[in-house]
Write a protein that binds this ligand. Structure first.
Ligand code: SF4
Length: 244
């Protein structure tokens, strides 16, 4: 599955192929690949992704139940890379969880950070909580969207997004995490379903949609950070990331 910069989707529960590699692959190949894998298990999809792309693909890890991707990658027996975006505003529990995951799997997460000059400019002019006043888009652009795209060697270009969890639901994922004794973010036991930045994420009640725990002071239609714009219309087949 391929997308260009302007409508790119970078789910945080997915593996992402670096743009310059993605551009070498024909569109028909993606379509065939998606078809071949439409009934595959998470392990099969992960194995195929790592087999095809090796070090040119990395697991985007948000610090939530997408830790399952790391467990599946480990189970393939292949080398794999993991990256995470540190917006600077995550919950302390999430930072602890990143550390626990690194130790559990004996890996180094490739952290990405926002541009310090841009964050300084935003915070000095508008304060630390401007998103409560004029919406989260500006802060998300500075702290999330720009670092992810600038962190990719190829910069603007095509991406291939794999979602090994496309064919399983949340219950399956949690059963897998428990069965494999995988460490989980302690925020989940406090009612958090969606995990993101601390000021913009809150627990939800049973039966509430996880999106109700994000940017709750804004209209429902404005609740995409920019990393996932396009998910709503492109979800399906391999595209079903958890989003962050
Ligand atoms: Fe800023 Fe909130 Fe977006 Fe995090 S989720 S980048 S704190 S607006």
């Amino acid at each position: 599955v391929k997308s260009k910069r302007n409508d790119s989707i970078v789910p945080l529960a997915a593996t992402i192929v670096e743009p310059e590699v993605a551009e070498k692959i024909e569109v028909e190949d993606y379509e065939q690949l998606a078809k071949d894998l439409e009934n595959s298990s998470p392990l099969e999809i992960m194995d195929k992704a790592l087999d095809e792309f090796g070090n040119d693909i990395a697991i985007a890890f948000s610090g939530a139940e997408d830790v399952a991707l790391i467990e599946y990658a480990k189970l393939t027996g292949r080398p794999f890379r993991v990256f995470s975006l540190d917006t600077g505003r995550l919950n302390p529990e999430t930072y602890r969880f990143f550390d626990a995951v690194e130790k559990h799997y004996d890996i180094h997460i490739e952290y990405m950070f926002p541009d310090a000059v841009e964050v300084q400019a935003l915070v000095r002019s508008k304060g630390l909580f401007s998103f409560y006043e004029d919406g989260h888009q500006e802060c998300c652009r500075v702290r999330k969207v720009d670092p992810v795209f600038e962190g990719m060697d190829g910069g603007v270009g095509s991406l291939i997004k794999w979602n090994p969890l496309a064919n399983v639901d949340g219950v399956n994922v949690w059963n897998f995490l428990r069965a494999m004794n995988v460490p989980v973010n302690s925020l989940h036991s406090q009612g958090y379903v969606s995990i993101g930045c601390e000021p913009c994420t809150r627990p939800v009640l049973p039966g509430q949609h996880e999106r109700e725990g994000r940017w709750w002071w804004e209209d429902a239609k404005a609740k995409e950070c920019g990393l996932h714009k396009g998910n709503l219309k492109q979800d399906g087949a391999l595209l079903n990331g958890n989003g962050n």
